[in-house]
Design a protein around this ligand. Structure first.
Ligand code: KIV
Length: 264
């Protein structure tokens, strides 16, 4: 696989070509993903749940993400590698600079932060300092104690309009990618159409530019709750490489997520 940059993703968006992405946490799986040409990998703070067995992502540290970022970068030298900034690691600008630098030096090409319009100044100052940013909007798992659970966001008109407005403000501030989680398909289509930057969806229907799955959900090996939008590709395809290849194919031709894996 050739080295993937944000410019490739923007070109694909402009041409209407969909792309598949996944979380990854170690070199072996990263190598498998690279062998199947997955262009983007995320070292997600979901590692708190799928690797560490915790109930949520809040206890994950910058050191955890940095360690797994180094592992994934070793296995996949050519993907565009995103690293999650964990809970409270970007609460102040000083913390944000310090922690983003740790993750970029560990091998990330982009950092991901969760939130909404309060992140405008964070995005602006990070991009001014050469740190590309993906903003995670919609359902933001680090806010579980504010949201009262893992709930679909933007169901009513006011909530939907707010998400669209925030997405535009964050793009304007310099965000280079959006990850949109657990919103109705119609809202995901609105956000994807209005933004020039690529939108990666999870639990947002097949209308976004890219899709992401937590790797353990792709292989049906999650010990925790399996969300409605997840699909076990290993079950139908027998081995890990074939499962990844099928996931990529179904994302590219728009058959995943189907209505069965889309929030009504
Ligand atoms: O941490 C994570 O794995 C995520 C998922 C929504 C992809 O952010």
């Amino acid at each position: 696989m050739k080295k993937i940059t944000i410019n490739d993703l923007i070109k694909w968006k402009q041409k209407g070509l969909k792309f598949a992405t996944s979380t990854a946490y170690d070199a072996s799986f990263a190598q498998i993903f690279e062998s199947q040409d997955i262009p983007v990998l995320l070292v997600g703070d979901s590692l708190g749940m799928v690797l560490q067995g915790k109930k949520n992502t809040l206890s994950v540290t910058v050191e955890d993400i940095a360690y797994h970022t180094q592992c994934v970068r070793t296995g996949s030298p050519n993907c565009l590698l995103m690293a999650d900034m964990p809970f409270m690691s970007y609460a102040t600008l000083e913390q944000t600079y310090k922690n983003a630098a740790i993750l970029m030096k560990a091998g990330a090409n982009m950092i991901k932060i969760e939130g909404d319009s309060w992140l405008v100044s964070t995005v602006q100052t990070l991009t001014e300092r050469a740190v590309p940013v993906c903003v995670h909007i919609g359902l933001t798992p680090q806010f579980i104690n504010i949201l009262g659970g893992y709930k679909v966001q933007g169901r009513d008109q006011e909530g939907a309009d707010c998400i669209v407005k925030d997405a535009l403000a964050l793009q304007e501030a310099g965000a280079q990618m959006v990850l949109l989680e657990c919103v109705p398909k119609e809202l995901a289509a609105r956000v994807t159409d209005i933004l020039d930057i690529p939108v990666i969806g999870i639990g947002a229907g097949n209308v976004t530019d890219g899709q992401i799955l937590v790797m353990h959900d792709m292989f049906g090996i999650s010990s925790s709750h399996i969300p409605k939008f997840a699909k076990n590709f290993l079950e139908e395809n027998g081995d890990i490489c074939s499962a990844v290849a099928k996931y990529i194919e179904e994302v590219q031709n728009g058959t995943f997520p189907s209505d069965l894996h889309t929030i009504a």
